[in-house]
Write a protein that binds this ligand. Structure first.
Ligand code: ZN
Length: 425
């Protein structure tokens, strides 16, 4: 089965209506109070040094879940067109009117990455913390309120902003103290004028003039060379993730509407959903996704080519099932996309038995061997009386409300009934 979703990340960027007038930024106005900066420089006895600071990527994945490839993309570039229309530095339309920064988005499962503190803003160059704003709600699905943000002043006097961060996640380093390139600044969230988790990254040169850090033919706003240490390609097609799911995932906002259904172990006869997630997707004819068995043999091959030539974020879902004759063990998904081989492992358990543990138990009994989620169970006393019935949740049965004793646990799986003696301590 082939399914396709296009993600329109209509992610707003901007901005900040700080309680603090020194840090104003509205749709058309991006102001740093230069007098405040002068006082700050004096207070901390700072001296400008070095040539123009070059920025490195301000986002990083920390402890990414298995199957995420730590790829980053931009949902909206700086609007270099000073009219009511908009353009990005490369003459494309990946911007929005008066967007005065670069939006880096987390994909896929932006809310999962937010929950796990996995997608973070990092310092683009050495400098000192200039300002921090925290304490604002961070799960916006439409623009509202103030953001949580960090400002860094670099050694040449230039400045970078990191906005829409998760509440309470900001670096503990206080204004006036040093940070190095790559240092953690905060978790990417959706505070302020934002439609979903992303980082708004905004740059000012050493004279505190707003700049687009990208150099390109249509950078009408700022004709300087690139401000990046290494400017990323405008389009750099990559896999963002290759994941296995127990069901087809759902995307939504806020966090409670996103269901990743991630799963790495599958049992006999159970649907295995594969999600192939691309950023800066450029269609590749004859793009294949291979499923390899534990011996490395190709068991199945899906064609992932799309009729769409380009997608900012692109997903392909496939569903298949492994049966009794298939080899148990560690299986591999493999996709070669523009010369890079992406792999994801999952485990196939081919057993028709279950194990219950710990047994004896004080409260929760875990069940392994089959996926028994939402399957009915019954518990009988030793003399055969039904004492409880319910539904297995997360492959667990809760005995905590039972008196100590010996019971018979009956699991009513569609394929067979399992009977296990369990002891409640
Ligand atoms: Zn933005």
């Amino acid at each position: 089965m082939r399914l396709r979703i296009i993600f329109y990340f209509i992610i707003s960027s901007l901005s900040l209506n700080s309680q603090d007038d020194h840090f104003r930024c509205s749709h058309n106005e991006n102001v740093i109070d230069k007098e405040y900066v002068k006082d700050f420089i004096k207070k901390f006895n700072l001296k400008k040094s070095g040539g123009q600071t070059e920025f490195s990527l301000p986002v990083e994945m920390y402890n990414a879940p298995d199957g995420f490839f730590e790829s980053y993309s931009v949902s909206a570039y700086f609007d270099t067109d000073t009219t009511s229309s908009y353009s990005d530095f490369d003459c494309g339309n990946r911007s929005k009117n008066d967007h005065r920064g670069v939006d880096f988005y987390s994909f896929p499962f932006c809310w999962l990455l937010y929950e796990l503190d996995a997608y973070v803003a990092v310092c683009a160059a050495d400098g000192i913390i200039f300002n921090k704003i925290d304490g604002n709600y961070d799960q916006n699905c439409s623009p509202e309120g103030n953001w949580n943000a960090v400002w860094v002043m670099h050694d040449d006097g230039s400045m970078t902003w990191y906005g829409h961060l998760k509440e309470g996640s900001l670096t503990s380093i206080e204004p006036g103290h040093r940070v190095d390139r790559g240092d953690y600044l905060g978790v990417i969230g959706s505070s302020g004028l934002s439609n979903g988790p992303h980082l708004h990254f905004q740059c000012f040169d050493s004279n505190l003039n707003l700049v687009d850090p990208f150099f390109g033919e249509c950078n009408y706003f700022d004709t300087q060379s690139t401000y990046w240490l290494s400017q990323k390609e405008y389009r750099s097609p990559k896999m963002a993730a290759l994941l296995t799911h127990k069901r087809k995932p759902r995307f939504g906002c806020p966090a409670e509407n996103e269901y990743a259904f991630l799963k790495d172990t599958f049992y006999l006869g159970q649907s295995i959903w594969i999600g192939s997630y691309f950023i800066d997707y450029i269609n590749k004819d004859d793009l294949k996704l291979q499923v390899l068995d534990p011996n490395g043999q190709v068991h199945k091959e899906f064609t992932l080519s799309s009729e769409f030539e380009y997608d900012n974020s692109h997903v392909e879902f496939e569903e298949f099932i492994l049966y009794n004759e298939d080899i148990p063990g560690e299986w591999t998904l493999r996709c070669n996309y523009y010369g890079v081989v992406y792999e994801k492992k999952f485990v196939f358990v081919n057993e028709k038995t279950i194990n219950v543990f710990p047994n004896p138990s004080q409260d929760l009994i875990e069940i392994s061997g089959l996926d028994l989620d939402a399957v009915d169970y019954q518990i009988f006393s030793q003399d055969g009386k039904l004492v409880s019935r319910g539904i297995v949740k997360m492959n667990r049965v809760d005995l905590s409300n039972f008196p100590s004793g010996v019971y018979l646990l009956s699991i009513n799986h569609p394929e067979m009934q399992f009977l296990n003696r369990v002891i409640k301590l």
